[in-house]
Write a protein that binds this ligand. Structure first.
Ligand SMILES: [Zn+2]
Length: 401
């Protein structure tokens, strides 16, 4: 029984299948309909190009904040903080989703760093990390610009859930971190929203970008960074975080930090603990690392804080998922960040009579990077992810975000 989670399983196929059950039909529909969608819309000139287009004010203000539909941070007055709303995708009511944009434009010119949170709607520690960094910035003392966008997937955030509720083809939930770089003429609201943000807000204003996440509701993670450590500019940033785990993996297309990388902008993805809550122990580590990155780019002056050199960092290129094989109530036998050996029992599961129906072991030696926090589990649910170093060629993998 203890071998069930790993026996004869291709874990990537399994995970992808479970994650993609909602998305697969939408993807097929989108492929079939994209040509028609292109013909039937009348995009504004250059709508899908990533060329700089300057700042476009819509002329509106919301709660005292000016609204832009395109932004070039160089158009903003130096030495100040600017609070704007960016006009995102249009809703069925005809109104738009607006996202919050804070720009700290330094008094002197320099590099431009973009900080993002809220691509998933239930990841509050990522929002708090970005806001904490922004609150520490004094534009009068800065050389360069930091732009924060904290609530990317607005309807998901309003519902405190991971995915974007979409009604275009019947009730649907779309994972916005599989949509980047998006398509302004795409088949769904999240695809269009991603395209608008990427083309008109993110890419034109980024010399480097960091997309902050956490675990998801029901599944918490340790503090770690997901990064392609073979890219020197990315590695240089990640090594500035006093954070104990790095998932060195290219993961897969569609995630925001990979869209930045594909556009030639170094980027990675910090993971800041559990969803829904503020992890006030982990957040300061990511704030400190991000302030280090701003010093690394010369935007801020002053000495570096703690970095990866000040903590034990475990780097793994793979994440082994322990999947439930039975329905029942799960009890973990290890904690986040614990080191485990191959064959070590990591969880048991009981039925409604208290009988043990499954015992789960790790097939690899590594460190616990994620654990299911919801106790009831059905077959196929990931119960734990174990960060480890896999020999041989690396492939894109799913990961606990
Ligand atoms: Zn996320």
């Amino acid at each position: 029984m203890s071998d069930k989670p790993k026996k004869g399983l291709d874990r990537r196929d399994l995970i992808m299948a479970s994650l993609a059950t909602v998305g697969a039909a939408a993807a097929l529909a989108a492929n079939a309909g994209s040509a028609a969608a292109q013909e039937s819309t009348a995009p504004s000139a250059g709508a899908t190009s990533g060329e700089p287009r300057g700042t476009v004010y819509t002329g509106e203000a919301i709660q005292g904040k000016k609204v832009v539909s395109a932004l070039d941070v160089n158009d903003l007055e130096p030495g100040q903080k600017h609070l704007l709303y960016f006009q995102g995708v249009q809703m069925p009511t005809g109104q738009h989703w607006y996202v919050s944009v804070t720009v700290a434009r330094g008094a002197k010119p320099g590099k431009r760093v973009v900080l993002v949170s809220g691509v998933h709607g239930d990841e509050m520690s990522s929002v708090h990390t970005v806001l904490t960094v922004m609150n520490q910035l004094d534009p009068a003392e800065m050389s360069g610009t930091v732009m924060a966008v904290t609530d990317v997937s607005r309807p998901a955030m309003e519902g405190m859930q991971r995915r974007w509720p979409n009604s275009g083809r019947g009730a649907d939930l779309i994972d916005m971190n599989r949509e980047w770089p998006g398509n302004e003429n795409g088949f769904t609201a999240p695809s269009r929203h991603a395209g608008l943000l990427f083309n008109r807000l993110f890419r034109p204003n980024a010399d480097a970008a960091i997309d902050f996440h956490t675990g998801t509701s029901g599944f918490e993670v340790s503090a770690f960074n997901i990064a392609s450590m073979d890219v020197p500019e990315i590695r240089a940033m990640v090594e500035l975080y006093p954070v104990g785990q790095v998932f060195d993996n290219h993961t897969y297309p569609g995630v925001l930090h990979n869209a930045f990388v594909d556009a030639g902008i170094p980027s990675f993805c910090p993971e800041v603990g559990a969803a829904r809550v503020l992890d006030l122990e982990m957040i300061p580590l990511f704030v400190e690392g991000t302030m280090n990155v701003l010093k690394h780019y010369g935007i801020l002056a002053g000495p570096m804080g703690r970095t990866g050199k000040d903590v034990d960092v475990f780097i793994g290129n793979s994440a082994f998922p322990v999947l439930a094989t039975e329905g029942g109530f799960v009890e973990h036998l290890v904690k986040l960040n614990d080191k485990v050996e191959a064959g070590q029992k990591v969880a048991i599961q009981r039925n409604g009579f208290g009988e043990v129906v499954a015992e789960y072991t790790s097939a690899v030696a590594g460190e616990i990077a994620g654990q299911r926090s919801d106790v009831p589990s059905e077959p196929g649910d990931p119960l734990a992810f174990i960060l480890f170093d896999k020999a041989g060629p690396e492939g894109g993998e799913t990961y606990p975000e």
